[in-house]
Design a protein around this ligand. Structure first.
Ligand code: FAD
Length: 278
């Protein structure tokens, strides 16, 4: 990968307002710099050439985890993968999120990469995007709250406007049965789905990467489980409701097959954990 040769300005604001002003000053060519783990490689490849980098690492309020009395947790955009993996509140209140964070990339990327950057980047292989979709998370920006179903519009596509930035995410807390399954022997962009399953208020939620608009809910499988099907029966229920718009290197038939296999595996793992926990 090459050097970054184009000229750009760089600012490191101390508040959300300063950051938003900087972004609005160059609506077409300013970019947020969070952990830099996706943006810097894109800049080296000359696939992204921002004229202004707005480095939000100095905004303390974005590095916060809040356990809220209404049964949700709010996590700031600058909370990094390593903290998501180890933070005691997250491990206790939403252990699935810690489990997902623990399998993101490698220790170097987990030390630098952030939750907000992952959501805003909306890579079809991005693990937090499917988790946000499965749990009906709200994406919090400096202008509005966006339900996850309206946020992930397609591969690398979100409704964020110029001058708008992700401040954090609000997720329902749950330590009920859950599991995360992905094939870690393959590279990040292998195109094979990963899956999260979480029981929430007695109902299974299932999210997948690399399917549909980039990420997908397996709603037919969820409905079959709610109607009393076993995991083995439920995963045979339609994947056809997942509208496929991605242009993926891996054939759809293979991805759907892997989605079925990995979802079954995740449900079995979650249920067996539920039987063994005190
Ligand atoms: C080799 C490799 C392996 C990886 N493996 C995985 C994996 O297994 N699972 C996984 O989920 N991810 C994986 N990733 C991606 C990694 O998680 C990145 O950290 C993440 O995609 C981007 O986070 P970041 O903080 O580094 O964002 P940056 O690189 O700083 O930014 C990414 C994009 O999001 C925008 N952005 C960042 N923050 C905000 C914000 N708060 N508001 C608005 N826009 C914002 C930036 O302008 C940029 O366009 C991998 C990346 C690499 C390079």
């Amino acid at each position: 990968m090459g050097l970054i040769t184009h000229h750009m300005a760089y600012v490191r604001p101390r508040s959300v307002e300063e950051a938003a002003d900087a972004l609005s000053s160059r609506p077409d060519s300013a970019r947020v710099l969070a952990g830099g783990q996706s943006l810097i490689p894109l800049m080296k490849l000359e696939l992204s050439q921002p004229e202004l980098l707005v480095d939000i690492a100095g905004i303390a309020e974005l590095d916060d985890v809040r356990d809220r009395p209404d049964g949700t947790i709010e996590i700031g955009a600058m909370v990094r993968h390593a903290r998501l993996q180890s933070d005691p509140t997250i491990r206790r209140r939403l252990p699935l999120l810690s489990e997902v964070a623990g399998l993101v990339a490698d220790p170097q990327i987990r030390t630098l990469g952030t939750l907000g950057g992952s959501l805003a980047h909306a890579d079809p292989a991005g693990d937090y995007c499917m988790l946000a979709l499965a749990l009906d998370a709200q994406i919090l920006t400096n202008r509005r709250e966006i339900p996850a179903t309206d946020f992930f519009l397609g591969p690398f596509t979100t409704p964020l406007d110029a001058g708008e930035m992700v401040l954090g995410v609000r997720l329902p807390a749950s330590d009920d049965e859950h599991a995360f399954v992905k094939i870690t022997r393959l590279p990040f962009d292998s195109g094979v789905p990963a899956v999260v399953v979480q029981r929430l208020d007695g109902v299974w939620r299932i999210g997948l990467t690399n399917l549909g608009h980039g990420h997908a809910r397996a709603r037919a499988v969820e409905a079959a489980l709610a109607a009393g099907a076993t995991p083995g029966e439920a995963v045979e229920h339609g994947w056809t409701d997942i509208e496929e718009i991605t242009d993926q290197p891996v054939p759809l038939t293979y991805r759907v097959h892997m989605a079925r296999v990995l979802t079954r595996r995740a449900l079995d793992r979650a249920e067996s954990r539920g039987r063994t926990s005190p």
